[in-house]
Design a protein around this ligand. Structure first.
Ligand code: TXA
Ligand code: MG
Length: 328
């Protein structure tokens, strides 16, 4: 089939770009990544430059399968192996002690490295054709909303990327769950596509709620995943009134209308009804934030979903989007 042939040519081309030290935007099941050869310090340095990201913020190394884990990390605790076996390929990133194969540029100077196996056929085909590890943060400018389509990447990074692999819209829509697995007691550093409930079921014990854990590494700042518009969070039953109040004050208000209030009339500039299922909401969230920016909103009124299953990751991203901006 023509489509398959085109795809395999595109993958060979992308693997060549990585070998030559270039940058490739690649689809994953979570969000699009901005990838470089994880062992090429100069290529990795370009990622930071294109994103406008401080070099102390560590990247995730994407590998083709759990069988490659030991090439990239050392001292893997049994719990980490259990999690890798269970959730890879999938939206789980494990932080482990780096092997010498991983340059400090990739880890932002840390002695640990974040590793994951993405669950996307195009990403896996690229990793297989390339043969090495691909260091990839989300393919957006530092601090802004992650891209969930190839068009988002092109619009945001343009010529900064040497090649864009288009794998369609991302299935999960929020980033991977990051687990510090260096010790026998894993902790969640960032909630994401693998839910706390899933992890607890496999580990057989409860995990700490990430919102209450201290900031441990660079890259976990309060303002992150933010659209241009300011984000205001209120209780679900106050969303309509708050939106109308802000609109009357002269704001161009965008509303993420909770599913419980679907169909309610709202006097605002743009209203996006939120899907009732957390999986559908996660898939659409970043697209909604981009859409409200594009429609000219300067203020977005939203509420936090129930913090269970994927709702935990959605709430985390909305809180960060609403966090103080560097210019505040
Ligand atoms: O779903 C995802 O994880 C996407 C796709 C492309 O795989 N990637 C992603 O990368 O979200 P990025 O760079 O936007 O976020 C990675 C975060 C960093 O901000 C940092 O907080 C954490 O991973 N991280 C990376 N290495 C770490 C380490 N050694 N220790 C602790 N946290 C680390
Ligand atoms: Mg990111």
């Amino acid at each position: 089939m023509a489509r398959v042939r085109t795809t395999s040519i595109a993958i060979e081309k992308a693997a060549g770009v990585l070998r030559e030290g270039g940058l490739v935007a690649l689809p994953t099941e979570t969000v699009y990544g901005l990838g470089a050869n994880a062992e090429d310090s100069a290529a990795v340095a370009r990622i930071f430059q294109v994103k406008g990201r401080p070099p102390s913020h560590p990247l995730i190394v994407h590998i083709g399968g759990a069988e490659h884990l030991d090439a990239w990390v050392e001292d893997v605790p049994a719990t980490a192996r259990l999690l890798a076996e269970h959730f890879w390929p999938g939206p789980l990133t494990l932080v482990l002690r780096r092997s010498r194969r991983v340059p400090l540029e990739t880890t932002g100077g840390l002695e640990t490295v974040a590793v994951r196996v993405p669950d996307h056929p195009v990403a896996l085909a690229l990793l297989s054709a390339f043969g090495g590890g691909v260091a990839a943060p989300s393919a957006n400018r530092f601090g802004s909303v992650s891209p969930t389509t190839a068009d988002h990447v092109r619009a945001e990074l343009g010529d900064g990327v040497d090649y864009v692999l288009d794998g369609g819209p991302c299935e999960v829509g929020v980033e991977s769950t990051i687990v510090d697995a260096t010790g026998e007691t894993p902790t969640i550093l960032r909630p994401g596509g693998v839910t706390r409930e899933d992890l607890e079921a496999v580990l057989g014990r409860p995990l700490a709620v990430p919102e209450t854990s201290p900031v441990r590494v660079p890259g976990q700042h309060p303002s992150h995943y933010a659209p241009r518009a300011r984000v205001v969070l209120v209780e679900p039953e106050k969303v309509v009134a708050e939106a109308e109040r802000a609109q009357e004050l002269g704001h161009q208000v965008g509303v993420l209308l909770p599913a419980a209030f679907a169909g309610a009339p709202v006097k605002a500039h743009a209203v996006v009804p939120v899907p009732a299922s957390s999986a559908a909401y996660a898939r659409a969230l970043y697209g909604f934030l981009r859409e409200l920016d594009q429609r000219g909103c300067d203020l977005i009124v939203a509420s936090l979903p129930a913090e269970e299953e994927l709702g935990l990751a959605i709430a985390n991203r909305l809180r960060r989007a609403a966090g103080p901006r560097p210019t505040d």
